[in-house]
Design a protein around this ligand. Structure first.
Ligand code: HGY
Ligand code: MN
Ligand code: MN
Length: 416
């Protein structure tokens, strides 16, 4: 005799339709999405998610960082809710599934429980975290970071984008600043389904990633100041070429990451060069360094090494260099109990699975500091993400969502 809820399965076609519907909001130029945080498109996507959740009978909540909560009541209103969720904001050239699968899978879980008339002791809450990507307003996972007490709300509100607009003003402008105190909600557990954003699961033909850890991250912003000068009439020995210094520092970032192979990774992703004129030697370069590794000591060494290497490169070239730490977190070990629930849910549903470390950062990495937390990965094609060509199969999406359903049901306790 199956236990209550044991044979429950989500509606794969309905999940896929919701993904494709959401993908129409903030379209990219090559089939993906550009629905950056706190843009009008983000506001539209939020409104659609809210409508769907209200249609599913959820009680909506909104906090002062714009985090959205959709609660399906439990039989015991005093029982701490089981939360699940991810983010609807995307990269400028993002895919249709990064974060979005993690939010719309929670809607599908709630719709499925409604269809089956399943009651749970603990309430269940679907969540959309604001500004997970950190591309418009650094750092990444900003709102879940405030929720977990990592950042102050004032500091988060003060973060500005490339046009000098502040997070706080933009949140107010799109009309998604709620009244709830951020972090006041207490959680029985938190689960996040996400695409792997790496090649392992697909390459090994595995359906589910049981995420045991998240690698640590270090984000630096580097400003090199040289001197604008004529590219034709300035003798080579007199040049103070900030662009060249940046190129040498970029090379150093790559070399440091390779020196800690196979786990460490490093790149420079955002580059601004001034005055960016074809016949002016760049007098200023502002760029970002992104190091990641599961090993905290290696992460700290890599940061120290790039600061030292960049300083030497700039001293030798007679240019100035400044560093700003714009984001970072130590490697994360998720809650063993919740990780085991994910593993057993995959097992019970007959999905192949393997333990895996997350290469990307996720809201779950911060929520893990305030509630028992675990993540579920599904494969993505060629491991590609943060690219409009990001792709998954409906089967992968359904498998991940079914594991999410069963993991959440175990923590929320089905009431027969
Ligand atoms: O940067 C990250 O790992 C995430 O995609 N925001
Ligand atoms: Mn993501
Ligand atoms: Mn992302």
């Amino acid at each position: 005799m199956a236990a209550p809820g044991e044979n429950l399965k989500i509606d794969s076609a309905r999940l896929w339709d919701s993904l494709m519907e959401m993908a129409k909001i903030g379209p990219g130029i090559a089939g993906g999405n550009n629905r950056q945080t706190l843009t009008d498109a983000d506001g539209e996507g939020r409104a659609l998610f809210r409508k769907w959740c209200e249609d599913a009978g959820c009680e909506m909540g909104l906090d002062q960082m714009g985090n959205m909560f959709a609660m399906r009541p439990g039989t015991d209103p005093d029982a701490l809710p089981v939360y699940m969720g991810s983010h609807l904001d995307t990269q400028p050239t993002g895919g249709k599934y990064d974060g979005v699968l993690g939010v719309l899978s929670t809607l599908e879980v709630i719709r499925t429980l409604n269809d089956m008339g399943v009651k749970t002791k603990h309430p269940i809450v679907a969540t959309n975290w604001t500004n997970e990507e950190g591309t418009r307003f650094a750092p990444a996972m900003l709102a879940s970071g405030v929720f977990a007490g990592i950042h102050t709300q004032d500091w988060a509100y003060s973060r500005t984008d490339a046009e000098g607009k502040s997070f706080g003003d933009e949140l107010q402008r799109i009309g998604w600043r709620g009244e709830e105190e951020v972090g006041a909600r207490k959680m029985h557990a938190f689960f996040e389904l996400h695409i792997e954003q790496g090649p392992i699961l697909e390459a090994e033909g595995i359906d589910i990633g049981v995420v045991t850890h998240g690698q640590g991250l270090c984000w630096l912003q580097v400003t090199v100041t040289g001197k604008d000068a004529h590219t034709g009439s300035t003798p080579m020995p007199m040049r103070k070429n900030a662009g060249l210094a940046m190129a040498r520092i970029m090379e150093a970032v790559d070399g440091i990451a390779w020196s800690y192979k196979p786990d460490a990774v490093g790149a420079v992703g955002h580059i601004d060069i001034y005055p960016n004129s074809r016949n002016v030697i760049p007098g200023k370069a502002v760029f970002t360094v992104d190091f990641r590794t599961p090993d905290l000591e290696v992460l700290q060494k890599a940061e120290a090494q790039i600061r030292e290497a960049a300083q030497k490169i700039c001293d030798d070239m007679g240019v100035e260099v400044e560093f700003e730490k714009t984001g970072g977190f130590d490697p994360v070990a998720f809650d063993e109990g919740c990780v085991d629930i994910v593993r057993r849910s995959a097992e019970a549903l007959g999905f192949s699975h393997r333990d895996i470390i997350s290469g990307a950062g996720h809201d779950a990495c911060w929520i893990n500091q305030v509630a028992p937390t675990a993540m579920i990965f599904c494969p993505c094609v060629d491991g590609l993400s943060h690219n409009e060509a990001e792709e998954i199969s409906a089967e992968w999406a359904a498998a991940g969502t079914n594991v999410l359903l069963h993991a959440v049901l175990e923590k929320a306790e089905v009431v027969a």
